[in-house]
Write a protein that binds this ligand. Structure first.
Ligand SMILES: [Zn+2]
Length: 287
């Protein structure tokens, strides 16, 4: 029987660093907002520990600078630390030099923080582009996980995917640089957003679980993403943003944690499924 892999990924940013809230929470005011990340990450770590899950945490440089001890704790519990950039800037808003700075600064800071190597990167809002890919390869990253195959969200980047190789859905984009895409459910020409995030809070959990099962039937692996603020219904509410952004950000926050538990329980009961980090997964594919 083929082993199946569940890649559980967490984008480590706090509620005020999200793109939907940017107008109300500019970067130069971040220090003034209530920092709620530690408590939420701790809940996730407990959840992972109880199901023996190894996950990947894509951490913002800003966060590592503020709470280095938290990042060291995540790492010491056996999870992988990867980079989510420093300032949560979308690559589409940055020029070449700014992109290089984001990926270089965050990598160096995270490596200094945990005393270990950083292999992976995820662009804020999946805003991947060709410049990012080329520079990640130059800066010594091993993989990127920013390509979302769900196209209806206009913020998601577009990548002219000219992969050198396709290894079970992992794409070699440059020599030695691999893309682990956010995998959605493809049925003929329809793509259902089953990667996580707001769609996980929107869709019934039973539907989500069945969708993941379906993906795992056809594919050897599945990748899920979420954010610590998504399990925090007590976070401050910002009213001055658009209705669309308000709905996306605040939808079903109180339901996320119990739903996560359902998913973890369901797939850890399946003895052929391993929850592993992105880098261990890549190694298992002998790339
Ligand atoms: Zn993010």
């Amino acid at each position: 029987m083929h082993r199946k892999f569940f890649l559980f990924t967490v984008d480590v940013e706090d509620w005020f660093q999200v793109e939907n809230l940017r107008v109300a929470c500019p970067q130069d005011k971040w220090d003034n907002f209530e920092f709620r990340l530690e408590k939420n990450v701790s809940r996730l770590l407990e959840l992972f520990e109880s199901f023996d899950i190894r996950a990947t945490f894509f951490v913002l440089g800003w966060v590592a600078n503020k709470v280095p001890q938290l990042i060291r704790r995540i790492h010491s519990m056996g999870h992988e630390i990867a980079s989510h950039g420093y300032w949560h800037n979308m690559c589409s808003d940055l020029d070449y030099k700014q992109i290089v700075k984001e990926i270089k600064d965050s990598k160096r800071l995270l490596e200094d923080t945990i005393g270990d190597k950083i292999f992976g990167f995820r662009a804020p809002n999946f805003s991947i582009n060709r410049t990012l890919v080329e520079q990640l390869a130059k800066e010594g990253y091993t993989y990127d996980s920013s390509y979302n195959t769900f196209k209806l969200n206009p913020r998601y980047g577009n990548l002219d995917v000219r992969a050198k190789r396709d290894i079970n859905g992992v794409l070699e984009l440059e020599a030695g640089l691999y893309e682990i895409p956010i995998f959605n459910l493809h049925i003929k020409r329809i793509v259902l957003p089953l990667g996580g995030g707001a769609y996980f809070r929107l869709l019934p959990v039973y539907f989500f679980i069945k969708g993941i099962e379906y993906i795992l039937k056809q594919n050897r692996w599945y990748l899920f993403y979420m954010h610590p603020w998504e399990i925090d219904p007590g976070q401050p509410r910002i009213r001055s943003i658009s209705l669309n952004h308000r709905v996306r950000h605040y939808l079903n926050l109180s339901r996320t944690f119990p739903r996560l538990k359902n998913v973890c329980q369901y797939f850890s009961d399946r003895k052929d499924v391993d929850f592993i980090s992105c880098i261990d997964f890549l190694k298992s594919q002998s790339v």
